[in-house]
Design a binder for this molecule. Structure first.
Ligand SMILES: C[S@@+](CC[C@H](N)C(=O)[O-])C[C@H]1O[C@@H](n2cnc3c(N)ncnc32)[C@H](O)[C@@H]1O
Length: 273
């Protein structure tokens, strides 16, 4: 029977927003204007019932679709920004594939990069210039006019650029589809810290903080740029350990987060455009 939405009592009381840290799967990657998951969830519960389809056409990083899925609805995500859909799909896909494949992927990337990253940490300018000619980099596109620097590469120190390229190359070679995508999500999250727009939060560990682009919506170079060491980042922010933790957290409810083609074992799915 169709739900008569006009008969549903609207939520009148304030829903205090919960801290995002209570749901690490959202914390794995920053995004602009992410809504508090518990408020989104309260609306989903009020306005839909199990197995309903919940569509968010301005879905951002996927909070609505993922919360809908976790409440046994079919969540449908879409956003005009491909980066939003990359983050949403990446989080939704974290429960696909096997944890052992994530572990293997981490080992593979570690073996391919660890020693080289350590030596890059101490490399001088000449060596970095030489290495830069040996790695695969994306096109050096011009940035929007309100950016502090003109070109994309200017957002990174030579060390960051070379190290990120090495990691990306190793991740591209991960044979398992879902583990590879999970690693790419982690790499993208690390990239938001490993650049000159990263602002280290005062009074906290150096690696806590974020890129100016998520807070003031432009590429503002930090007054005191912090070059976080790659070895530390790989252990804390961008590792499969985080991903493994995430997977067990989401699948722990006995459900499975689906992707575009499938239904989860609980007949729920989060679908990302
Ligand atoms: C407030 S954010 C959504 C945040 C999301 N609720 C979350 O928690 O991550 C609004 C989103 O609308 C998207 N957007 C803006 N104009 C759009 C359009 N014409 N079609 C689709 N999405 C659009 C933006 O890219 C942005 O991700």
């Amino acid at each position: 029977m169709m739900t008569q939405y006009g008969e549903i009592t609207p939520i009148r009381a304030r829903v205090p927003s919960a801290r995002q840290s209570a749901r690490r799967h959202y914390g794995v990657h920053p995004y602009f204007t992410r809504r508090p998951y518990n408020v989104v969830r309260a609306y989903i519960l009020r306005y839909s019932k199990e197995r309903d389809r919940v569509l968010d056409p301005f879905g951002g990083s996927g909070v609505t679709a993922i919360e809908a899925f976790l409440e046994n609805r079919v969540g449908i995500q879409s956003d005009i920004n491909p980066f939003a859909n990359f983050v949403a799909r990446g989080i939704a896909n974290l429960t696909r594939g096997h944890i052992s494949a994530y572990s293997e992927a981490l080992e593979r990337v570690r073996e391919a990069c660890e020693r080289r990253l350590q030596s890059i940490e101490h490399a001088g300018d000449d060596e970095l210039r030489r290495l830069r000619r040996t790695v695969r980099l994306p096109p050096n596109v011009p940035l929007s006019a309100n950016s502090d620097v003109r070109m994309y590469y200017d957002l990174f120190s030579p060390r960051q650029l070379v190290s990120l390229a090495l990691l990306k190359d190793a991740i591209d070679r991960v044979p398992d589809r879902y583990a590879g995508r999970g690693m790419l999500l982690a790499w993208s999250a690390a990239l938001t810290k490993l650049n000159k727009t990263f602002l280290s939060a005062e009074g906290r560990a150096e690696s806590r903080g974020g890129s100016s682009v998520f807070s003031i919506y432009r590429y503002k170079i930090a007054k005191k740029p912090v070059e976080l060491p790659f070895s530390r980042i790989r252990r804390t922010e961008a590792t499969s350990l985080t991903l493994i933790y995430l997977c067990s957290g989401i699948t722990g409810s006995g459900t499975r987060l689906g992707g575009t083609s499938g239904q989860g074992s609980s007949s729920s799915a989060a679908t990302c455009a």
